[in-house]
Design a protein around this ligand. Sequence first.
Ligand code: KMH
Ligand code: ZN
Length: 310
Amino acid sequence: MAQARKVIITCAVTGAIHTPSMSPHLPVTPDEVAAAAIGAAQAGAAVIHLHARDPIDGRPTQDPAAFAHFLPEIKAKTSAVINITTGGSPHMTVAERLRPAHHYKPELASLNMGSMNFGLYPMLERQKEFKHAWERTHLENSRDLVFKNTFADIEYVLTSCTANGTRFEFECYDISHLYNLAHFVDRKLATPPFFVQSVFGLLGGIGAHPEDLMHMKRTADRLFGKDFVWSILGAGRNQIPLATLGAAQGSNVRVGLEDSLWIGPGQLAESNAAQVRKIKQVLEGLSLEIATPAEARQMLALKGADQVNF
Ligand code: KMH
Ligand code: ZN
């Protein structure tokens, strides 16, 4: 009998898109980030993608010290793969964004595969009141913001993190980002299997229509053949529908409050774990199995949790 396919669930527990005023459930303090990550891993996420926030006002921070308050606890209490962001916030320099990955040498780090507009300002239409002044500025300034990931930046992230044995979640927000990855593959700066996180529905990137998903998949198939591990991230309300559509066609999935605050129409997710449980139900309904952290490590050729610096 054919074995069921194993699906990696990544959970991105907090991040730079949303701000604390948008949901009381968004993890902000180190204790909240740790609890959210542990809950998501217990619910079935094999990979936990992490950002840190200032515990006082929730502002994104890439100070390695901020990560020190939750990385060891998550590692001690789960076997999940820990994936540290190198995206940080689009308002930060690349050098600043890289600090925690360089310091902690994780198994996996995100790598954003092209410069782009990163429009968060439409959220101002929904969110009128803010607890902290930085939140409105963060969204407002995204009207005139380039999320800078030039070829030089990408090469620097690739070479400096690879030297530590860190592999990548290649964040591809558009078709051109797949071609950028293919360019670095040609230059032998990226080695298979490529974990391609295809991101849909962010203003500045590809849309979230099923045709967009199919076009990404066809292009990745053509460029990378069997050498990539495909994953889907649908932003906002697209999260569960696109993950479902992709999973039915062979993708892995990413959920989490970093990318969507929602669990249903107009209904805030009360936790990251709730989104993991929801997608897990969908996957099981499709007769798919959930990859364990050990299986994810094998599928992504990771160095192992004993090789990190935390
Ligand atoms: N929130 C994702 C769409 C990163 O951390 O490097 C983008 C992201 C980037 O996760
Ligand atoms: Zn992120």
